[in-house]
Design a protein around this ligand. Structure first.
Ligand SMILES: [Zn+2]
Length: 82
């Protein structure tokens, strides 16, 4: 994963743009458009980057990733004690 994805993900978490909706459902605000947000679970995201990943890399056994999924991982690691 690229360093810029991780940087973006950290900023999303630092800005408090991750909100827990349910046990495995989170709403994450877009870093590029504050009026936009995506529903994210531990292994899927609604954003275009995530969808395009499977379009372009389908069948290669790769796991899609995007800044939102990464943000969710950082968020969960931070909130483990809760
Ligand atoms: Zn995403």
């Amino acid at each position: 994963m690229s360093a810029s994805t991780i940087r973006k993900a950290k900023k999303i978490v630092d800005d408090g743009n991750v909100e827990k909706i349910d046990e495995d459902l989170f709403q994450i605000k877009s870093s590029s458009d504050p009026n936009k947000s995506y529903f994210v679970t531990s292994d899927s995201c609604e954003c275009l980057g995530f969808k395009n990943f499977y379009k372009f890399h389908h069948g290669k056994g790769l796991k899609a990733n995007c800044s939102h999924l990464e943000a969710l991982r950082i968020f969960q690691a931070k909130n483990k004690s809760l």
